[in-house]
Design a protein around this ligand. Structure first.
Ligand SMILES: Nc1ncnc2c1ncn2[C@@H]1O[C@H](COP(=O)(O)OP(=O)(O)OP(=O)(O)O)[C@@H](O)[C@H]1O
Ligand SMILES: [Mg+2]
Length: 245
């Protein structure tokens, strides 16, 4: 490998890590801020929020572990049974209150009879965080009275567990839709998406994680109306295009 290529791939990796950890630190800061306020007011601590914080710190450590796993692929996290409702609950805990403070309601509807899937919980939390953040940015950018993101789990006709993220935000043109999984593709300048700009790595990273879980994301989007991301997880033992190696 030429030195210039090596540097480029290290750069992509560094940007990915900064993106992933950055995505977690912001909501974690918000949870800490909330807990501090409760202490100052002499209120009881919210143990659920403390647990979310612990899990988020764990997730950050996982990202660092991934760096090591890239150097030593045999150390990748093994698949375990994952409850997608717990994934959704973690994301709501991390982003729900913060979104509310930005005028966006994150509404979650969880299926009671959802089958467990095989995978890596922290990676899937990462995927859903990215989808909900995108949805939130899309509704903030749209000039709608009611700003809502729906995080839904359901069972489809074949018995597969499905996670769906819907928003009534700006939507996408078909040109944009065709490019969203490209690394560094972003339409977010510094004046959109809450003024934070985008790296265009969010969905690229999601795509990699979903492929490892045998999921091909489906997208429906109408400009000016909103967007729907549908993730259908294969049943245990079901053939997928990209088996978990
Ligand atoms: N729910 C959505 N509604 C409208 N457009 C979306 C939505 N999700 C993704 N997009 C489009 O896809 C692009 C790529 O998304 P991606 O998450 O990869 O990067 P980003 O959000 O721009 O940056 P980052 O994730 O680093 O903050 C976005 O810039 C946006 O144009
Ligand atoms: Mg994004």
């Amino acid at each position: 490998m030429r030195q210039s290529e090596r540097l480029a791939s290290v750069g992509v990796l560094a940007a990915g890590v900064a993106h992933e950890i950055g995505n977690k630190l912001n909501p974690m800061g918000f949870v800490v801020h909330n807990l501090k306020k409760r202490i100052e007011k002499g209120k009881e601590l919210d143990t659920e929020q403390l647990e979310v914080l612990t899990r988020s710190i764990q997730n950050c450590s996982t990202i660092i572990e991934k760096l090591r796993a890239l150097a030593h692929p045999e150390q990748q996290q093994p698949d375990k049974p994952v409850n997608l409702n717990e994934v959704a609950r973690d994301v709501t805990m991390l982003l729900g209150a913060q979104s509310k403070s930005r005028g966006v309601t994150v509404n979650s509807e969880l299926a009671e009879d959802l089958p467990m899937i095989q995978g890596v919980h922290s990676d899937l939390v990462q995927v859903v965080i990215n989808l909900v953040l995108n949805a939130r940015e899309a509704v903030i950018a749209a000039d709608k009275k009611e700003k809502q993101v729906d995080l839904i789990t359901r069972v489809d006709g074949s018995g597969r567990a499905v996670v769906e993220v819907r928003d009534n935000g700006v939507g996408m043109s078909s040109d944009v839709q065709a490019r969203i999984f490209e690394p560094f593709f972003t339409t977010k300048g510094m004046n959109t998406g809450g003024g934070e700009g985008g790296t265009g790595l969010g969905l690229y990273i999601c795509y990699g994680i979903l492929s490892r879980h045998g999921v091909e994301p489906e997208i429906e989007s109408i400009e000016g109306e909103g967007t729907r991301f549908v993730l259908s997880f294969p049943l245990n033992g079901e053939e997928t295009h990209e088996p978990n190696a």
